[in-house]
Write a protein that binds this ligand. Structure first.
Ligand code: SDX
Length: 426
């Protein structure tokens, strides 16, 4: 393979080095394009632009492959705990027993949140969307741990604090929306059981964690843990590239994830499926509406992906888990059958086949969250809890690689130079 690419423009030829990664992905390195040619590239939505080199996650959209640090998502979902995967993503290797015990113990000792954060929380309207609360309180953490702004400070302490406190903060909105007292973390519970206890325990009765629920949540959090340079991760890296602190960078990622085209889609999917059910369950009608989006304005949430032009491997695992978990819990949710019907109809429709639109990670996840008792407006919060280790790992890698501040170029298309006209003469 040639190790340079040649570009000819305005009668001159230029050569640019070709970079090939460990999975044989190839890139033209155009770091000096403008200096050499006076041109920049245009790539709306960065569909063809690699923002960085990364050793964290590999995905192949054509083959439907997803690996964290070289381990397949299928193996990790079946054999690992979420905290093992968090350690793997952040530090690069699966932890030894001793490393895992230290990591888990450090997290356990930081699950309590400063009580003054509750004063900020109490200022939100009771019906505030949990994602607005989460992004605000995570940003507020930089005020409680101001040394995080010193880019020479060791991020490990802040990494542990974020992993430990996000689940605690996440449950506050839910408890308050029910008018229930918030629960405090319990040090005798593991990470996922602690979250479930804070979500569902009531002072008036003993709460027992259902192992089926805990295992389902473990798999879902692992499947959401990282996904290379997606919108919210790119946001975390861009904000962090200005040397903003970890809390502010993660808060920005939470805000980006909230969008309905990104992590917010898991809430949109359930609302869409409910609407289809309320409208008689005619999935063909909604497939047709999606095909005429320009007139109907309807989009099939949970379908399509910027990178996967094959089945999203996470969707395959979640779809199977949905049958398994609902069966074990004895939950009969009619929207599961509607979802399957919608998938079947879409996957046999030329519009979807031609555009390679398959179910993505958000299509079935909400059905499981709902069966676990998690309310719809908390679905994207669950995505954020799962994605947190990935965001942290990517931020840490960006800092360790000493990436330059992110600052894209543009092509200006506005008015050319003109004289100011006083208001009397306009
Ligand atoms: C996530 O990037 C990641 O890795 C994200 C993520 C992660 O783990 O971080 O995987 C998580 O965000 C998953 C995606 C969740 N979003 C949704 O489910 C929302 C619905 N999906 C779409 O909005 C869309 O598919 C995107 C946003 C996911 C991708 O958008 P692209 O790559 O910009 O594709 P596009 O909008 O240009 O669509 C290409 C064509 C268009 O038709 P034409 O202009 O060619 O006629 O496909 C059509 C689109 O109209 N299309 C859809 C569709 N998605 C794309 N048509 C109907 N329903 C859809 N869902």
């Amino acid at each position: 393979m040639a190790n340079t690419a040649e570009l000819t423009v305005d009668g001159k030829s230029y050569e640019f080095p070709i970079f090939e990664g460990t999975e044989h992905e190839k890139a033209f390195d155009i770091s000096n394009l403008r200096d050499q040619t006076g041109y920049v590239t245009l790539d709306r939505g960065y569909k063809n632009t690699g923002a960085t080199k990364s050793a964290i996650t590999f995905l192949d959209g054509e083959q439907g492959i997803l690996q964290y640090r070289g381990y397949s998502i299928e193996e990790l979902a079946a054999k690992a705990s979420f905290l093992e995967v968090a350690y793997l993503l952040i530090y690069g290797e699966l932890p030894t027993k001793e490393q895992y015990s230290t990591f888990e113990d450090s997290i356990r000792r930081h699950t309590l949140v400063n009580e003054d954060m509750r004063k900020i929380f109490d200022g939100f309207p009771v019906n505030a969307h949990p994602m607005s609360v989460l992004s605000s309180l995570v940003s507020a953490m930089s005020a409680f741990y101001p040394d995080s702004q010193d880019e020479k400070s060791d991020p490990d302490g802040h990494i542990i604090r974020l992993l430990a406190k996000l689940p605690t903060i996440a449950t506050w909105s839910y408890k308050r929306s029910l008018g229930h007292p918030v629960n405090y973390p319990k040090n005798n519970l593991d990470y996922i059981s602690n979250f479930l206890n804070m979500m569902f325990a009531l002072p008036v009765e003993e709460y027992k964690v259902d192992p089926v629920v805990a295992e389902a949540l473990n798999v879902l959090l692992i499947l959401h843990a990282d996904h290379e340079q997606n919108c919210s991760t790119s946001t975390v890296r861009l904000v962090g590239s200005s040397q903003a602190n970890l809390y502010s960078s993660i808060s920005a990622g939470i805000s980006a994830l909230w969008g309905p085209l990104h992590g917010g889609a898991n809430q949109e999917v359930i609302e869409m499926l409910e609407a289809i059910k309320a409208d008689g369950g005619d999935v063909g009608k909604y497939v047709d509406m999606a095909k005429n989006a320009k007139t109907t304005g309807f989009r099939l949430f949970g379908f399509g992906h910027r990178v996967y032009k094959n089945f999203d491997p996470r969707a395959r695992i979640i779809k199977k888990a949905a049958d398994d978990v609902l069966g074990k819990l004895g939950v009969n949710d009619p929207v599961l059958e509607i979802a399957k019907g919608l998938e079947e109809a879409a996957l046999h429709d030329e519009y979807f086949i031609q555009r390679k639109l398959y179910p993505n990670v958000d299509f079935y996840s909400g059905i499981i969250y709902r069966a676990l008792g998690i309310p719809t407006n908390m679905f994207t919060v669950m995505f954020a809890i799962g994605r947190l280790p990935g965001w942290i790992a990517q931020w840490k890698e960006m800092r360790e690689q000493k990436e330059p501040i992110g600052r894209p170029r543009q092509i200006y298309t506005g008015a050319t130079l003109r004289k100011f006209v006083s208001i009397e003469n306009r």
